[in-house]
Design a binder for this molecule. Structure first.
Ligand code: SAH
Length: 256
């Protein structure tokens, strides 16, 4: 059977599945902090936008490792609700505010932010399109920091090439993505690949129990069964082909 693609899965189902998990994409606090370490001039006047924030795992890491004011934005009202509840629980509600909105039509003022952050989300609107759209919302010399699916080699086995090209048609190499950053008006500051544990321990492993629970709850629902099959296949392909691709952190500085 042909693999189904992520675009054939209902957004509401994906959302219902992932909203219960601590994070919705590969990553780790250590890598978020590593990306943050390349950014100069952080203070209590720093303004950060965290786009495609999900339930706010990395938002909390940013809040706990800076004194910044953070606006976190996601398309999913459920995720934003969880993020705001989490901020409250952690006593961060004065500095962290979650809002519902779309990354490709930001409800912000020009030059409102010092930093635009986005982990595991920019592919939803396109790497080039996202970077180009976001630039005007950054102050002069402001930073962008995003993680994005990236090929590690110039060529890949056909099976994995097809899977990722279906999911993220623009998926490319680090060299090409650095060039896109430059073209869209940023000076590349740091580029590094996330370690495997960001996928295995922090993304695939916590899904296992949730998959079983989800299948029970949605017994007989073809859409839900297909989605779980898709997620299992994603994990299988990762263990087979992880030397060919991964998430890469791209940190850039707005070019005047
Ligand atoms: N940053 C989080 C979530 C990544 S999952 C983490 O790393 O754990 C991707 C997120 O992008 C989801 O929460 C999804 O709801 C959100 N998303 C997808 N399309 C979007 C859009 N157009 N605008 C804003 N958020 C979007």
């Amino acid at each position: 059977m042909e693999d189904m693609t992520i675009h054939e899965i209902d957004f509401a189902l994906i959302n219902e599945f992932f909203v219960e998990l601590e994070r919705q994409g590969p990553g780790s606090p250590k890598e978020t902090i590593r990306a943050l370490s390349f950014i100069r001039g952080l203070s209590d006047r720093t303004r950060i936008a965290d786009l495609g924030c999900g339930t706010g795992f990395q938002t909390a890491v940013l809040a706990q490792n800076t004194e910044a004011m953070i606006t976190a934005l996601d398309l999913s009202p459920d995720s934003v609700g969880r993020l705001n509840a989490k901020a409250e629980r952690l006593g961060l509600q004065d500095r962290v505010k979650g809002i519902v909105g779309s990354m490709d039509d930001l409800p912000f003022r020009d030059e409102q932010f010092d930093i635009i952050w986005s982990e595991g989300a920019i592919a939803n609107i396109g790497f080039e399109r996202g970077l180009a759209h976001w630039k005007r919302f950054l102050k002069k010399g402001g930073y962008v920091a995003v993680t994005y699916e990236t090929w590690f080699t110039e060529e890949r086995p056909a099976e994995i090439e097809k899977w990722w090209t279906d999911a993220v048609p623009e998926i490319s190499t680090m060299a090409r993505n650095i060039s896109i950053m430059q073209r869209t008006g940023y000076i590349p500051v740091a580029v590094f690949a996330l370690p495997e544990s960001c996928w295995t321990e922090n993304y695939f492993l916590p899904q296992k129990a949730r998959q079983e629970e989800f299948l029970k709850k949605h017994a007989g629902n073809r859409g839900a069964e297909n989605m779980i099959a898709f997620l299992k296949r994603e994990a299988e392909l990762y263990s087979k082909y992880k030397s060919y691709y991964g998430y890469v952190f791209y940190v850039g500085r707005k070019h005047c």
